[in-house]
Write a protein that binds this ligand. Sequence first.
Ligand code: NAG
Ligand code: NAG
Length: 323
Amino acid sequence: MMGPVLAACLLIILSTAWISQANEALCKKDGGVCSCNNNKNSVDCSSKRLTAIPSNIPADTKKLDLNYNKLSSLSAKAFHNLKELTYLNLDTNQLQALPIGVFDQLVNLTDLRLNRNQLTSLPSGIFDKLTKLTDLRLSGNKLQSLPHGVFDKLTLLEKLYLYNNQLRKVPEGIFDSLSSLSTLRLNDNPWDCSCKDILYLRDWIDDNKDKVTGAQDAACGDQQSKAVLEITEKDAASDCVSPNTTTAIPIGTMTPASVIYDDIHEIKVPQENFQKFLGYQEPDHLPTQPQCLMSISGYLGLMMSLMLTSAAILYVFHFLKKA
Ligand SMILES: *[C@@H]1O[C@H](CO)[C@@H](O)[C@H](O)[C@H]1NC(C)=O
Ligand SMILES: *[C@@H]1O[C@H](CO)[C@@H](O)[C@H](O)[C@H]1NC(C)=O
């Protein structure tokens, strides 16, 4: 009677041990601060208070998480040894700008996440080599403008997030090459609906409303009272030649958002304690290989004692039942 139950318990215990061991094939390659799942070619460096990208990230990495760190700038060559990346997450950092060509080697990238940084502009051509991109997220930045043709090479793009920025207009034709697009989020931008150049956006939203979801939510100005889709030629009568259009935004008004994200960093204390428990003292400094190995063996030791204890308890129960 007890046979199947015991077998099931043993299976659960063994698989737990196997999973933890698989996870602990980690850290070694990159010097310790990130978790590496070698089977999946994925490296997780999220929530580590990093101010720089760790060196020694394996060249065959396909998925790289760098979200929830403190990256404020990237070197132009930051990803030049990571040509096989298909997924790159840089959400919730403090990037104010991107260097020209920073993504140019990432020809197989399908997902790029840059949500909740401090970007005010993008270099022109920044995504031109990312021809396999299907998902591009730029929400929660301070983008005031987009370069002409910046999405022109992204013919496979399905999802584009631009919501919660400071966009007042887009260059004419900017979405015209996005033939695979199914989701475009433009809400929470102060679209300037008094200028003639908003008519491109209005017409594009109208022309694509059966194919693309989300874009209809774009609304005018700080009040967001009227949908871009509903504006008339009469509303948008002004010529608005720059610099007239670019003078109106006081940049200082955006700071509350960044304060909120800093708070999020501070709230994530448990993770940090856990790192300390594992032997990482100062996440900003990469632990050395021996430190990393020591923390792994400590963890494995803990798992072993848990396993032995459970096995002993099960064993005792088994014989108590029989007796
Ligand atoms: C990109 O993906 C293709 C197809 O999977 C592969 O043949 C090629 O080697 C990859 N390129 C790089 C730079 O990894
Ligand atoms: C904006 O442009 C108009 C003409 O189009 C001009 O009369 C006005 O002075 C300009 N305003 C500013 C602030 O430059």
